[in-house]
Design a protein around this ligand. Structure first.
Ligand code: ARG
Length: 402
């Protein structure tokens, strides 16, 4: 009996060729595993294809629920956005996929796990760091990094073995999808000066094709988690799916990011992430109402660190878990409702309310009902400015210079 290898399978050209290549090169039986994190793929077809191409078994794992609740929502609570642009739709799926591959490998008694990442991207790092953290003794193979074939040679290899070449490989773009967003790379996008052509987008409408009436939506949060849209309670997966559709129809969610990859290169990435954009904006708006100034400013620093950890493949690190505990604690009172307007590619917050609001009308108003004692301000300013005044008298000869 041959040894078994678990292959992370997408149904695309590279991973299909990999099924054959692993068999040829190592003589191993390949078990293809496809993971559904909300990529809009036909998984029945993918499964069939894996077997046709030579896998001894093909498995589809439904993981949308875990993806949203265990990976996406913790990142949302943290407001994790890489370099201020990328909501991490691909990066967040990788530790989950790795975890599922490891579980499958153990179940099947496989000696190795293989994935289809190339040597130039972040995904190879995320997947391998995660596998090593969860199953330090399993072998990892990256056929597309090892075989040294060009795109054309891969196609020739596929033809030679009767592996169907997907129509999508004639598409000018490389795609990756999850419920938290769609990443589009390659082709004309590789010139950062080129405006992305319309055919790069599929989840979002161009602003000139969006409705002429804005859509107003209300999102309810409980402890930092979105639980309802327009008073309709929904589980996380359907809520995110619903917002992807609705906000995408209004052209919301397009991101053009010149990104700094972990492997040292800059790459031009286009993303469509309608639900992520809406929810991140809404969540932050609710935090401005329910967290103190100090909490907000500390949390912004945590957000950047958290995003870097996710991007860099450190999901299973101790620091990520520590930060998650802090973020979790910070969300105790992030409960309330945010009202947003979706219109012609823009998403704006137009209202917010919370039972735990720190906004106090009596303190803020300039109208009658003002409970703020303005005479307190003079003494406060005096002490606040005291160190600056003291220093300037001793150390700045010319106080007219900036
Ligand atoms: N640059 C993004 C990231 O590193 C998107 C990667 C898309 N992945 C892919 N295999 N096409 O997260």
């Amino acid at each position: 009996m041959s040894d078994k290898v678990i292959l992370a399978y997408s149904g695309g050209l590279d991973t299909s060729v990999a099924i054959r290549w692993l068999r040829e090169k190592y003589g191993w039986d390949v078990i293809a595993v496809a993971v559904d994190v909300g990529n809009e793929a036909d998984f029945t077809l993918i499964k069939q294809k894996a077997v046709n191409v030579g896998a001894i078994k093909a498995i589809v794992l439904e993981a949308k629920d875990s993806f949203i609740n265990d990976y996406v929502f913790p990142a949302l609570k943290a407001n994790a956005v890489y370099e201020g642009e990328y909501p991490l739709g691909t990066a967040l799926g990788r530790p989950l996929i790795a975890k599922l591959l490891v579980e499958e490998a153990k179940k099947e008694g496989a000696v190795a796990i293989a994935h289809g990442c190339t040597g130039k991207g972040n995904d190879q790092v995320r997947i391998e760091v995660a596998i090593n953290a969860l199953a330090p003794n399993i072998k990892i193979l990256a056929p597309a990094r090892e075989w040294g074939m060009t795109r054309q040679q891969t196609i020739d290899y596929a033809k030679r073995y009767g592996i169907p070449i997907p129509i999508t490989s004639s598409s000018p773009y490389s795609l990756d999808e999850s419920l938290w967003g769609r990443a589009i790379e390659c082709g004309v996008l590789e010139d950062p000066w080129n405006e992305p052509p319309d055919d790069a987008y599929s989840w979002t409408k161009s602003p000139d094709e969006t409705p002429d009436e804005p859509a107003y939506i209300e999102i309810d949060f409980e402890g930092g988690i979105p639980v309802a849209v327009n008073q309709q309670r929904q589980d996380g997966v359907s809520l995110v799916g619903y917002l992807n559709e609705l906000a995408g129809r209004h052209g919301v969610g397009r991101i053009d990011h010149l990104e700094s990859r972990l492997v040292g290169i800059k790459s031009r990435e286009i993303y469509e992430a309608p639900a992520a954009i809406v929810l991140l904006q809404a969540h932050q708006a609710l935090e401005t109402m329910t967290l103190s100034r100090d909490q907000l400013s500390f949390k912004r620093r945590v957000a950047e660190e958290y995003a870097n950890l996710i991007y860099n493949g450190y999901w299973f690190s101790g620091l990520r878990q520590d930060l998650a505990a802090y973020v979790e604690s910070s969300q105790r009172f992030v409960t309330g409702t945010v009202r947003l307007k979706l219109f012609k590619g823009n998403c704006s917050v137009v209202g917010r309310k919370s039972p735990f609001s720190l906004y106090n009308y009596g303190l803020a108003t300039y109208d009658k009902g003002d409970r703020f004692d303005q005479s307190d301000a003079a003494g406060f300013i005096h002490l606040w400015g005291l160190p600056v005044k003291t220093q300037s008298q001793v150390q700045w000869a010319d106080r007219t210079k900036p």
